[in-house]
Write a protein that binds this ligand. Structure first.
Ligand SMILES: Cc1ncc(COP(=O)(O)O)c(C=O)c1O
Length: 408
């Protein structure tokens, strides 16, 4: 629902201007996910039955035993130092470069990282070159800053793109198993983008929540790793601003995420964070530290990956049997989503959506992943939250919705 008509029933001062271009789609999808009679293929939620509840309980006890009242304090804006050091270590291991603690800011989920980047880099009218289609949460996070967008479709030699880059505040990309498309950006495209960003002397925001969810094959090096490899060890000072999170490999409820960037950017993001929440929950950070120290993450990730692979395959098989008359898709090599493109440009998923809700199935229409709202003939289906039988039932309902929509 668009809030553009957010009419005010009183004559009190007007709400801020950005609300006119906003929507509450994420809240709607969260609410639909809670309705047991609806098969929700809409949200981007992990399989909650795989959450390591007992291990988190033990980590919570250890956090309080070890850190006592410190775990219940306000914390340093930049994050709990012991977890910051552990994340610096993790980033150094995963991205094959020694990152210092000065390169790390702990955040309340990667979502806060996106919000802080907006506060530090975007002034009204500034240009963002964003991978297209674009993660809805990033569009939401930056809406208050009122940027303009140039869509990145990976045609890296397009003169218009090359002309845009030097004017852009930053480039935004989710190269590993993008939200919404599940696509893996090939290494040559990553390298091509990085070299153009360096020539244009701008920033590159690499949002990487799905790195742990490698379902078929490996993701390969991040753009951060490629850039860091060209720089001296120690304090990273390149143009990549990298976002990580524990939401997909542990649990989203801890709300532990982080930013890796050059120290000056980390300081400025911390300044923005100070005005936002003073510090992330120290308790969550202490629990996350104890949990990571236990090493259990490396046991649970293979289980998560095996489960999601089975669910992805189940959703693809049902779609093949029931939807392939009207839609096409690529099997995503990782992540959480299947991106279904309508074969006919006339099939409008905004309209299909209301028929789907009547059939008690939900998906995310493509328009919300377009800064202009103009992409109307695709949809995002999530495969991680439901068991295979329920996915199949969701696709059956979706087929009925398509049939009713087309005959309407
Ligand atoms: C691309 C992308 N970035 C960021 C986030 C936010 O993650 P977090 O739960 O860490 O805030 C998500 C969540 O689904 C996402 O898909």
């Amino acid at each position: 629902m668009s809030l553009s008509q957010a009419d005010q029933s009183t004559n009190r001062p007007r709400y801020s201007e950005w609300i006119r271009s906003s929507n509450n789609i994420t809240q709607q999808f969260m609410a639909i996910g809670g309705q047991s009679d609806v098969v929700s293929l809409a949200g981007g939620l992990p399989a909650s039955e795989l959450y390591p509840v007992e291990a988190i309980k033990q980590a919570s006890i250890r956090a309080l035993d070890r850190w006592g009242s410190t775990a219940l304090e306000y914390g340093p804006v930049e994050g709990f130092p012991a977890l910051r050091a552990a994340i610096a270590e993790r980033m150094s291991r995963e991205h094959r470069h020694r990152f210092g603690i000065e390169n790390i800011l702990l955040t309340t989920g990667a979502m806060q990282g996106l919000d802080l980047i907006g506060k530090v880099l975007i002034d009204p009218g500034d240009l963002i070159v964003a991978q297209f289609p674009t993660y809805l949460g990033a569009l939401d996070a930056w809406r208050t800053r009122r940027p303009s967008y140039r869509k990145l479709d990976w045609n890296l030699d397009d003169p218009d793109l090359l002309g845009s880059l030097p004017r852009a505040k930053f480039v935004y990309t989710v190269p590993n198993y993008s939200n919404p498309t599940g696509a893996l950006v090939p290494q040559n495209a990553r390298g091509g983008l990085l070299s153009r960003v360096i020539v244009a002397n701008t920033w590159l925001v690499e949002d990487d929540p799905y790195l742990p969810l490698q379902l078929t094959g490996a993701a390969g090096p991040s753009i951060l790793a490629a850039d860091a490899a060209t720089r001296p060890e120690g304090q990273y000072d390149g143009p990549v601003i990298y976002l990580g999170t524990l939401s997909k490999s542990v649990v989203p409820g801890l709300r532990v995420g982080w930013v890796v960037a050059e120290p000056k950017v980390i300081q400025l993001l911390a300044l923005a964070k100070q005005c936002s929440d003073l510090s992330s929950s120290m308790f969550s950070q202490a629990v996350a530290l104890e949990f990571l120290d236990s090493g259990i993450e490396s046991e649970i990730i293979p289980r998560i990956v095996a489960c999601y692979r089975e669910r992805r395959d189940a959703l693809c098989a049902s779609a093949e049997a029931l939807l392939n008359e009207w839609f096409e898709w690529d099997v995503p090599p990782g992540g959480m989503f299947l991106w279904m493109r309508a074969k006919s440009p006339a099939l409008d998923t905004n309209h299909l959506y209301s028929f789907a809700l009547q059939e008690k199935v939900a998906f995310v229409p493509s328009s919300v992943f377009d800064p202009d709202g103009a992409l109307t003939n695709a949809m995002r289906l999530n495969f991680t939250r439901n068991v295979p039988d329920r996915l199949e039932e969701g696709v059956r309902r979706l087929r009925r919705a398509v049939e009713r929509y087309l005959s309407s």
